[in-house]
Design a protein around this ligand. Structure first.
Ligand code: PLP
Length: 235
């Protein structure tokens, strides 16, 4: 298995090339390291190589790693929840994550806002847009993003940052473009600055279509060991 530092370097080069090809400024794409199924030791290794933002799909799996890493006190760690969030897990999410990228219901947003501890800054949230309804049930239809955004923007302990989407493998460029258009409206209306789109296999097309944050697992940590995957229930 290649060292994470080498993988990080390779991914950053891919991002830079994609930015150049799209004639965009290199400074504007954030890299989220998706560490699901990978150990806290691997997260510490990525952190030592300069990575700060990590994405997890399951609240409990993430919490276990946060606790394992606590004695090490890694500087500047930032945790993003990128898996579906059920209402019985919103409190843990509100208490432990910096970002929740998967807001797709007002109820979840409201609970997160109510449960966000006063001592912490408002939690950053993205509305998950469902662009591939035949593949996943998660996310709100593109046509409904705007209405949900209007509600989320009113919640005092949330900070609406933009949109997240997971186009299915091999999705046509129009899918990415449709997300970009919806995101552009939110950026104008609410000052949003984050379009989370693109994974190990499609970061180039996502960046060409305006992604400001890419979520990369396999290309950084190698293949996931499915036997270590948390139970298939939603986070
Ligand atoms: C697992 C996952 C990723 C990372 O996928 P890779 O193909 O391994 O880069 C990104 N986003 C979400 C929502 C995921 O669940």
């Amino acid at each position: 298995m290649a060292a994470i530092a080498d993988n990080l370097q390779a991914v950053r080069e891919r991002i830079d090339r994609a930015m150049k090809a799209a004639r965009r400024e290199p400074a504007r794409v954030a890299l989220l390291a998706v560490s699901k199924t990978h150990s806290s030791a691997r997260i510490a290794e990525a952190h030592a190589a300069g990575q700060r933002a990590f994405g997890e799909n399951y609240v409990q799996e993430a919490l276990d790693k946060m606790q394992a890493l606590q004695p090490v006190a890694l500087v500047g760690l930032e945790w993003h929840l990128i898996g579906p969030l059920q209402s019985n897990k919103t409190r843990i999410a509100a208490e432990h994550f910096d970002w929740v990228q998967t807001i797709d219901r007002e109820k979840i947003a409201r609970r997160l806002s109510e449960q966000r501890p006063a001592a912490l800054a408002p939690i950053n949230v993205l509305i998950q847009a469902n662009v591939s309804a035949e593949v996943t049930k998660s996310g709100v239809a593109l046509a409904d993003v705007d209405a949900l955004a209007a509600e989320v923007a009113k919640l005092p302990r949330l900070r609406l940052r933009g949109v997240m989407a997971i186009p299915e493998p091999g999705a046509p460029v129009e899918r990415y473009r449709a997300v970009r258009q919806v995101y552009a409206q939110l950026a104008e209306r609410y000052g949003c600055d984050t379009l989370s789109m693109g994974m190990s296999d499609d970061l180039e097309i996502a960046i060409a279509e305006g992604a400001t944050l890419v979520r990369i697992g396999t290309a950084l940590f190698g293949p996931r060991d499915v036997s270590r995957r948390a139970e298939k229930t939603a986070a």
